[in-house]
Design a binder for this molecule. Structure first.
Ligand code: NI
Length: 174
């Protein structure tokens, strides 16, 4: 397994629509494993392939608390096939927008269809934090970040701060 580097916004590679996976084979499984290791290391609770520079429809998640056993999900071609009418705000963060958080309103429950690690089609009913997290990760596959769901004023502020942080980082390493 290998740690991958996570792309930080603003970056054009995060705005690309990813392509479907034909089948979950050993190459896809290796990528899933590397993504999961990268996510645990960050640490985070979800990661989408475009965040590590791969424009394929693959996400990994694990919402287990530190005192619980790991509960990883590996999903290829995940699709939201149903959402609840009920929505709620939830504070979201993202490994590609480090240290920035904002409330995003999304459906509180969603049914997801995806290919699992063994290339089997699965359907899963999600709610609350898992539902929010899956929707957030699927958004990444369409080039959508959580800041695209908030006001333009807030979004610009966050992106400006991230741009500034990138500039000062490059000065240090130069
Ligand atoms: Ni994210």
């Amino acid at each position: 397994m290998a740690l991958l580097s996570i792309i930080v916004a603003p970056d054009k590679r995060l705005k690309v629509k990813s392509t479907r996976v034909e089948r979950v084979d050993d190459d896809v499984r290796t990528l899933m494993d590397d993504m999961l290791e990268t996510m645990y290391d960050a640490p985070g609770i979800g990661l989408a392939a475009p965040q590590v520079g791969v424009t394929k429809r693959i996400i990994v998640l694990d919402l287990a608390r530190p005192d619980e056993d790991p509960q990883p999900y590996f999903m290829a071609n995940p699709e939201v096939i149903w959402t609840s009418d009920e929505t709620a705000p939830y504070e979201e963060g993202c490994l590609s927008l480090p240290e920035h958080y904002a409330e995003v309103i999304r459906p509180v429950a969603a049914r997801i269809r995806y290919l699992d690690r063994e290339n089997e089609v699965r359907e899963m009913d999600t709610e609350d934090m898992l539902a929010k997290c899956v929707q957030h990760e699927i958004d990444h596959l369409d080039g959508v970040l959580f800041v695209d769901h908030i006001s333009i004023v807030k979004r610009s502020m966050i992106l400006r701060k991230l741009t500034k942080a990138k500039r000062s980082d490059s000065k240090v390493s130069a």
